[in-house]
Design a protein. Structure first.
Ligand SMILES: Nc1ncnc2c1ncn2[C@@H]1O[C@H](COP(=O)(O)OP(=O)(O)O)[C@@H](O)[C@H]1O
Ligand SMILES: [Mg+2]
Length: 484
């Protein structure tokens, strides 16, 4: 307010004399009018000056507010040229007002976010505001900063949009806390998952240990019994040959007596009739043959039991897989026979030519046993006695097929023509303790243990092919040699 123009406000006296010349009179009127005009202009000017002062102090107040704000307050033209920059903008972005004013706003935007600016301008031109848009901006030193942007269009008197004012709030600290929290949550989730997995693993191991313990106990029992039976059976078998020889000798001697003494003493004749000697001699030989067959069979069973119960054998051995399957079938013989409520189950074998296979015999036999038992269960379960007379029900059959694959793997497929496995059961088939059988009948361990034995112990695969109503096939594939 240094040099205000000074206007005179003087009321000039109007002379009473009327004989002055007309031009003077007119000049006086003009001066008066001019004076009046000047007075009005002065009033308007003073009014403007007052408004200007008010505006100025409002501007100062606003500037003080803007400068004391913790948020960066920036304004720019619609072309993106920065036209105002407050103290917090200096602090947040690191640029002094002198160095940034007149520069383009993209100076603050990281390269990977440059596409945001045209979208923002587009919205501003439509008169829209942008509220708390969370994004990332770049400081002078190149470091990135998380900010929340609120941008409003700036309009001129006529309402044309001429630029934008933006408030940028530094949310780095909040974002860092959020990230830390998310990180901690993810870590916690991971740890929970790890623990759950460890628990599952523990349960599985525990179950395996229990089962292995049971099996090895059973194996030892079976091996012991087989061993104990083996001695006396060999005993009988060995003596049967002698018995046969002696009986043949005695019969020959009897024959000689009959030849040389055709008319024996009446007591001898009577005893001969009583014991029906002719029938006896004939039957005695049949009897001996049948005893021999029986003993032979016992020997076979004992061999199977011993073969099957090789649970305790810790090392791998090269074995004939077919022997293992056959021993398992011998042990299951009683379950394959016809019973009052179910017909006989036929076993069809298509054995290929297999080399010896390196494996843990006892464990592999356990797998055959588990699969065959399940097949028998399914066949018994699927059989309805009421339908037994009708032709519709196919005879229950288990088919075992073996073959050599690419000279280095064997494939053993065991299938049944039972009820098949529905999709929802198949999903859980190999899970420990999963069973669809009533309590007491199923443990749900057979398939999970078999899976472990084939996959982990023999580096092979055990898969199940089945559809409801179409039977089931389990396929085992294992390498001939275990390269460890
Ligand atoms: N051959 C099969 N036919 C139909 N279902 C089968 C067959 N084999 C296995 N399953 C299904 O898989 C389940 C799990 O088998 P497993 O682990 O041996 O346990 P368990 O025999 O004690 O139930 C069985 O309860 C049965 O539902
Ligand atoms: Mg089972």
């Amino acid at each position: 307010m240094t040099s205000q123009p000074q206007f005179l406000s003087v009321n000039l006296p109007i002379p009473l004399v009327t004989n002055s010349d007309a031009s003077e009179q007119q000049e006086l009127i003009r001066l008066r009018q001019e004076n009046e005009q000047l007075r009005r202009e002065l009033a308007t000017y003073q009014q403007h000056q007052l408004e200007w002062q008010q505006l100025e102090s409002a501007r100062f107040r606003l500037a003080a507010i803007v400068d004391s704000s913790n948020d960066a307050i920036i304004s720019k033209t619609l072309d993106g040229i920065i036209v105002s920059w407050n103290a917090s903008a200096e602090r947040i972005y690191g640029y002094q007002a002198e160095e940034i004013l007149g520069k383009h706003i993209t100076l603050l935007i990281p390269d990977n976010r440059l596409d945001e600016e045209p979208k923002i301008i587009e919205r501003l031109k439509r008169g829209e505001c942008i509220d708390h848009f969370e994004t990332v901006r770049k400081r002078k030193d190149g470091t990135l900063i998380d900010i929340s942007l609120t941008i409003s269009p700036v309009k001129d008197r006529e309402g044309n949009i001429i630029g934008a004012s933006k408030i940028a709030r530094d949310i780095s600290a909040q974002q860092a806390i959020l990230r830390d929290r998310q990180h901690a949550e993810a870590k916690l989730q991971q740890r929970t998952q790890d623990l759950e997995q460890a628990l599952q693993e523990l349960k599985r191991t525990q179950m395996q240990m229990i089962q292995a313990e049971k099996l090895s106990g059973l194996g030892q029992l079976v091996a012991g019994v087989a061993h104990e039976i083996n001695n006396p059976v060999n005993f009988i078998y060995g003596n049967l040959t002698h018995t046969n020889d002696y009986i043949q000798d005695l019969l020959r001697l009897l024959h000689l007596y009959q030849q040389h003494y055709p008319t024996p003493h009446p007591d001898i004749q009577q005893a001969t009739d009583t014991i029906e000697l002719e029938f006896l001699t004939e039957d005695l030989q049949k009897l001996l043959r049948s005893m021999q067959v029986g003993v032979h069979r016992i020997q076979g069973i004992v061999a199977s039991l011993r073969n099957f119960s090789r649970m305790d054998e810790a090392e791998m051995k090269e074995v004939n897989i077919h022997d293992g399957i056959d021993s398992t079938l011998v042990i299951l013989q009683h379950r394959l026979k016809a019973k009052p409520n179910s017909p006989q189950i036929d076993v069809i074998k298509h054995y290929g030519k297999l080399p010896l296979v390196e494996c843990y015999t006892g464990q592999l036999n356990q797998v055959f046993m588990n699969i065959l038992c399940n097949a028998i269960d399914a066949l018994e379960d699927g059989f309805q006695p009421s339908n037994s007379q009708t032709e519709l029900q196919p005879a229950p059959v288990i088919t075992i097929r073996t073959e050599l694959l690419h000279h280095d793997r064997v494939r053993i497929a065991i299938s049944d023509n039972g009820r098949g496995i529905p999709e929802h059961v198949k999903k859980h088939l190999f899970n420990p303790f999963f069973t669809t059988k009533p309590i007491g009948k199923g443990t749900g361990l057979g398939m999970s243990i078999s899976y472990e034995i084939i996959h982990k112990k023999h580096h092979g695969s055990l898969t199940c092919l089945s559809a409801l109503g179409q039977g089931t096939e389990f396929v085992i594939e294992i390498p001939i040699h275990q390269t460890l």
